[in-house]
Design a protein around this ligand. Sequence first.
Ligand SMILES: [Zn+2]
Length: 228
Amino acid sequence: MRVHKTGARIARATVDLVIPTVCGGCGTPGTRWCVRCARMFADTPIELRTSVVLPVPAYALGRYTGARRRAILELKEHGRTDLTNPIGLALATALRTLDRWSELPGSTHLVLIPAPTRWWAARRRGGDPVTALAAAAAAELGSGVFVKPVLVTSSWARDSAGLSAPERGENLSGAVRVRRGADLAACGGAAVVLLDDVLTTGSTAAHSIDVLRRAGVEVHLVLVVAAA
Ligand SMILES: [Zn+2]
C-alpha cells in the first residue's frame, strides 16, 4: 500500500513536469482547464454558413480565436492530451443542445464520424486527436453512441498547415475516401454526425459527406470545435 502511494506520487510529479499546470485555453496558472474556459466551451453552439455550401447544417462550439484556438493548438501541436476530455465533454453538451433544438433525432443513439485522418496523424503518440475527442464525447453520451473513424485521406494529401483555404480544398479534393474494410453497418439506424476540430471553408466536410453518401451513409449534421 505504502509502495503504491509513493508510486502514485512519483507518477503525478512526472506528469507535472511534462504538462505545465496552466489552463489549456487561457493560460491561467494553477489549473489545466479553468472554470471560465469550461463555461465558454459549453456555451450555445453557433450555426455556420460555410463558403463551400454543405447539404446539411453545420455547427461550431464557437470561433477559432482566443481560448478555443489556443486549446486546439495545445491539444494538436503541444501534446496536451489532457484537454481531450474537457473538449469532448463540451462537444457532448453541444450535441445534447442540438437534440433539444430538434437538429438531431436524439443524443443517445448516434454515430460520430471523425473528419478524415491523415495517415501520419494517426501514427502519432495518442493517435488522431479528433478521433480521441469523438471518443470522449461518446463516453459522456452513453453506450448507444459509437465512434466510427472510417474516413482517411490518401497519403499524397499534404499537411494543410500553411496552405491558404482554396489550396487546402484543392489539396483534399478527391483525397478523402472510406477506409478499406470499414464497418458501416452500425450507421444504418442512428443519426450520423461528422466531427472535426476546425472548419475553414467547409471543403473537407463537403467531400466527406459526399464520399459517405456514395458509401450509403447519410450525414445528419456537422459539428466542429471551432470555425475559422
Ligand atoms: Zn482557461
